[in-house]
Design a protein. Structure first.
Length: 231
């Protein structure tokens, strides 16, 4: 029987006994942290950054969405009534993402529809970049966290086989520590990446919804400006 097979059988036999983690076989955070090794530090850093960015982005999008809805409702009515100067003044007073887009088009409506549309497109690109700020960090964390967990897995297995090499024999107690590090870091990396990825996709959906609302309002403005020019 090979040494790896013997190690596996010994580990399986030990699984039938009472677990050694904590009281009642349960794991607490302190034990998980200590058992995970030094790779838990970069993973903890990624978790902290992911939580902070997620909280900030949630509040940021909530505020911007609320302001955008209020502005679009008001400006759409003003543009539909042909009160362009009042609509422009309202956009200049607002700090909603849609304000700069509509303002860019209204300021150049005297220069023709094509000029207004080009100004709207340029302002839209800038505002989209502002709305997506921070999302690249969430995407990076969701990709890097599992990789760090897998790196911990490799390091743990190296430690396990190094212990076997130094001891010259196969015992479950020699490899258990390394295998434990491998499993804990992998689980931690995935536990960080999964919720961060969910939040990232949620924020992308919120941004897309805001962009669609702004595009609809912009199209209404362009149609109204075209109707005024052709009247």
């Amino acid at each position: 029987m090979s040494s790896i097979t013997a190690t596996t059988l010994l580990l399986i036999q030990q699984q039938g006994s009472t677990p050694q983690f904590g009281q009642g076989g349960s794991l607490n955070l302190a034990q998980v942290w200590n058992s995970g090794g030094f790779m838990m530090w970069p993973l903890a850093f990624l978790l902290a950054v992911g939580v902070l960015i997620s909280i900030w982005k949630f509040i940021d999008l909530q505020v911007k969405a609320s302001r955008t809805r209020a502005l679009l409702d008001e400006v759409d009515d003003l543009i539909a009534e042909g009160r362009l100067q009042e609509a422009l003044a309202r956009c200049e007073e607002s700090d909603a993402p849609a304000a700069s887009i509509l303002k860019a088009g209204l300021k150049r409506h005297d220069e023709g529809i094509e000029r207004a549309m080009r100004a709207v497109e340029n302002a839209g690109v800038i505002e989209l970049a502002s709305l997506e700020r921070g999302l690249v960090w969430l995407a990076t964390i969701s990709n890097v966290a599992p990789l760090l967990g897998f790196l911990g897995t490799v390091i743990g297995m190296i430690i396990a086989f190094q212990n076997i090499e130094l001891a010259g024999e196969v015992e479950a107690t020699l490899v258990a520590g390394g295998i434990k590090i491998a499993l804990i870091t992998t689980a931690t990396g995935l536990a960080i990446a999964i919720p961060v990825n969910i939040f990232h996709n949620y924020f992308v959906t919120r941004v897309d919804r805001l962009v669609i609302n702004m595009e609809e309002s912009t199209q209404k403005m362009i149609d109204a400006l075209h109707a005024i020019d052709t009247a």
